[in-house]
Write a protein that binds this ligand. Structure first.
Ligand code: TRP
Ligand code: SF4
Length: 328
């Protein structure tokens, strides 16, 4: 038994991960591996709640995301990495929890309404989509997690999870801890068009992008919008390129760029070139592991198979307790 606190988190399989995903979630997970008993999984059933028409894409998206997880530094030695749909006990607990979850809790869930609005082109008036937070609650409490690292957008779901756990404990006796939300800071970097970095905006730089694509993408980045000519002084504080420099360039270079931008001694083209090279260098170890895992699909399969087994053991033990508590 581990004495470290257990945390659980999942990601819907969106395919290759971009730097926004990395700085917004994955880097945080990687950092937590040494201090927590971590269960991280690919939420492929959750992907179906909105993408059920394209169910066939989920498998390939999961594979790509998993390779990015491993390449970026999630480690099967430190964490339990698995696929939601491989651990069928999630589905049984989801069913049992659905019996005790009042409909109004789901109907008033803010993300439910927002997503319905945001994804108008999809028909989301389904049972599965409304039940999204119940499945998420099952994902979390089946491991008796004490914490859930997520972005602020997921906070309402973790709140519903606590409510469901409390209701279960009240009805049948205490089985579940109420998990805390461990808020992840949102990524500071933006997409190349200065909007939130997102696959659907086509403004992203991906973890596994080859150097040539990174150079092109960086050269297309919008800088300080007030700086029209090279002779105009710029303001690095409002420039997304500068934000990247802060993460990927050495401190001395960052200080120099800040000064030279303000005094118009450096042009944006040159500034971007420097940043692109530093970014390319920083991502090289990830690209290298990416090549390895891509060439060794068996290794990836074995990692997941081992994680599935570890997760299933814990999940099955919880379900035995659940059935006993409910006298089933
Ligand atoms: N809903 C989460 C998201 O879209 C993914 C998710 C599914 C999750 N189950 C979870 C996150 C359990 C944390 C814990 O990002
Ligand atoms: Fe941004 Fe660099 Fe241009 Fe300044 S010089 S506006 S920091 S890209």
């Amino acid at each position: 038994m581990s004495l470290r606190k257990r945390i659980v988190s999942g990601m819907r399989p969106t395919g290759a991960l971009h730097l926004g995903n990395y700085h917004g979630a994955l880097a945080n997970w990687i950092a937590m591996q040494d201090n927590y008993d971590c269960f991280f999984f690919i939420a492929d059933w959750h992907a179906l709640t909105s993408d059920y028409e394209d169910a066939g894409g989920v498998l390939e998206f999961s594979r790509r995301m998993l390779i990015d997880w491993l390449s970026a530094g999630l480690s099967p030695e430190k964490s339990t990495l698995f696929v939601q749909s491989h651990v069928k006990a999630h589905a049984e607990l989801f069913l049992l929890l659905s019996m005790i979850t009042p409909l109004p809790w789901l109907e008033r869930n803010p993300t439910y309404k927002e997503q319905m609005d945001a994804l108008r082109e999809k028909d989301l008036s389904t049972f599965g989509f409304l039940g999204y937070p119940v499945l998420q609650a099952a994902d979390i409490i089946i491991y008796k997690a004490e914490g859930v690292p997520v972005g602020i957008d997921q906070a309402p779901h973790i709140e519903i999870t606590r409510e469901i756990a409390r209701r279960f404990n009240h009805l049948y006796g205490k089985v579940f801890p109420e998990p805390a939300t461990i808020l992840t800071e949102t990524a500071k970097i933006l997409g190349i068009d200065r909007r939130k970095m997102s696959k659907s905006y086509n403004n992203a730089i991906y973890l596994s992008d080859p150097p040539e694509s990174i150079r092109t993408r960086v050269s297309q980045m919008i800088t300080d919008p007030q700086r029209a000519r090279k002779t105009d002084p710029g303001d690095p504080e409002v420039c997304n390129v500068y934000t990247f420099h802060r993460i990927y360039s050495p401190a001395s270079a960052v200080a120099a760029i800040s000064q030279d931008c303000r005094s118009a001694r450096i042009g944006c083209v040159e500034c971007k070139k420097q940043m692109a090279e530093n970014l390319i260098q920083a991502l090289e170890p990830i690209r290298e592991k990416h090549r390895y895992y891509n060439d060794h699909p068996k290794v990836v399969e074995e990692i997941i198979a081992a994680g599935d087994v570890k997760a299933a053991e814990v999940a099955k033990a919880t379900l035995r307790e659940v059935r006993a508590a409910m006298k089933l």
